[in-house]
Design a protein around this ligand. Structure first.
Ligand SMILES: Cc1cc2nc3c(=O)[nH]c(=O)nc-3n(C[C@H](O)[C@H](O)[C@H](O)COP(=O)(O)OP(=O)(O)OC[C@H]3O[C@@H](n4cnc5c(N)ncnc54)[C@H](O)[C@@H]3O)c2cc1C
Length: 389
């Protein structure tokens, strides 16, 4: 079997990586490392990508896309991930999830109002799913949206809603009916994050990234901001999660290459057999992850749902980040604990940061246990009602 990108795809990759070399400036990388989300320099890059149609390469031209195959979206993700220019990976909520969902279920008015602005990089959305009592089991969410004439009045709390402090809109899942089964009473809304009654409090992860608690206190949301049909939101969320499952291992590869280059330059480490063992093992695992990612990209060009294959990649790559961090810390020894800016910190303190940052990978966007559940039930056809831990 021969895996290869076509000549056109390779030419596109070259054009895109040349663009990033020129435009992913140190100021943008600094914003990415700050953990604060998109700052002014990142927004500028996002708009430049938008002008070229590179935020939404697979979208139809009428909505600001380029009408290309999903493999081009994958190439863009991989290069952005490798460059380290956009925090939270290259997965954007507006371009990656909201837009495709609106194209399927949104009103014409909603498509007119949001799609072109998303494609041009003028607006971004924050995912509003998780709550204190609803994470893996999202159907348990409780934030309440009460119909009141031509508005809904919303009250309740969200947790870990990451982009709310710099996004314009909340892609909010709220309860609109209290009956059973609980997943049938959920609706999806677009909420302006500047609406009176919304307050946003920062939560800092161990890795230094900002996420948020968001409180709704009698927030009034126009009825026309309901997405699709009332009480069908859970199904739209499942559809949108399919769109979210675009993963690359560009960032992993970049970190590993930097570690290997450091070892090659080190007079002691370069000839240490134990270091060779660790690096060789990582090399093999990163190649496996890369093949998983390429296969997933290929599957997504031939069919829309690749759920268990995406879960396998998410599971393997997120746990590999942690193995990479552990091996890098062992190879570099005590110096790996030095922070960026400290005298003598190897790799600019990246390993110290990585050891803190990598923890979140195995539960954000779905925990490893949930990924294994998807692989068992969707990939291996084991019955859903048994085997749940
Ligand atoms: C940094 C960060 C950013 C995030 N950003 C966002 C965001 O922008 N928007 C948003 O809506 N959410 C966001 N999340 C939330 C994230 O999706 C949830 O944390 C995740 O889905 C897990 O939910 P939970 O935290 O409630 O854990 P729980 O669901 O309570 O899980 C606790 C433990 O139980 C295990 N478990 C749960 N159910 C099962 C089961 N059926 N079988 C086996 N094991 C199980 C889990 O694997 C986990 O180990 C973010 C989270 C983090 C940490």
């Amino acid at each position: 079997m021969h895996f290869a990108f076509s000549a056109e795809e390779e030419a596109f990759r070259q054009e895109f990586s040349d663009f990033l070399r020129k435009h992913a400036t140190p100021a943008i990388l600094q914003e990415a490392e700050s953990g604060l989300g998109w700052g002014p320099h990142t927004w500028e890059l996002v708009r430049k990508l938008g002008v070229r149609g590179w935020l939404t390469p697979t979208w139809p031209r009428e909505y600001g896309g380029l009408g290309l195959d999903p493999v081009y979206r994958f190439i863009i993700h991989e290069e952005l991930d490798y460059s380290g220019a956009l925090p939270e990976g290259a997965s954007m909520v507006g371009a990656g999830m909201v837009g495709p969902t609106l194209m399927l279920y949104g009103t014409e008015e909603q498509k007119d109002q949001y799609l072109l602005r998303i494609a041009r990089g003028e607006i971004e959305f924050a995912l509003g799913y998780t709550e204190p009592e609803a994470g893996s089991d999202l159907a348990g969410l409780e934030i309440w949206a009460q119909e009141a004439g031509d508005h809904y009045i919303m009250s309740g709390q969200k947790l870990y809603n990451t982009r709310c402090h710099y996004a314009h809109y909340h892609w909010l899942a709220a309860r609109t009916e209290s009956g059973k089964p609980k997943h049938r009473g959920i609706s999806l809304f677009i909420v302006d994050l500047q609406s009176p009654g919304i307050s946003i409090r920062p939560l800092w992860t161990l890795g230094g990234m900002r996420t948020n608690e968001v409180f709704y206190d009698n927030v009034s949301v126009p009825r026309q901001n309901l997405v699709g049909k009332k009480n069908r939101g859970f199904y739209y969320i499942l559809a949108a999660l399919e769109f979210e499952r675009v993963f690359s291992v560009g960032g992993l590869r970049r970190m590993f290459e930097e570690l290997a280059a450091y070892v090659r330059e080190s007079p002691f480490l370069r000839s240490d057999p134990l270091t060779w063992q660790r690096l060789a093992q990582l090399h093999v695992e990163i190649e496996i992850a890369r093949l998983f990612a390429y296969r997933l990209a290929w599957l997504q060009t031939s069919r829309t749902a690749a759920t268990h294959e995406a879960a396998a990649l998410k599971l393997f790559a997120s746990e590999l980040w942690q193995r990479l961090a552990a091996s890098a810390a062992e190879i570099l020894g005590l110096a790996a604990q030095l922070k960026g800016g400290a005298k003598g910190a190897p790799l600019g303190g990246k390993v110290e940061r990585l050891c803190r940052e990598c923890l979140v990978q195995t539960f954000a966007a779905g925990s490893s246990e949930i990924m294994r559940g998807i692989i068992a039930t969707r990939g291996m056809r084991l019955p859903r009602d048994s085997g749940q831990v």
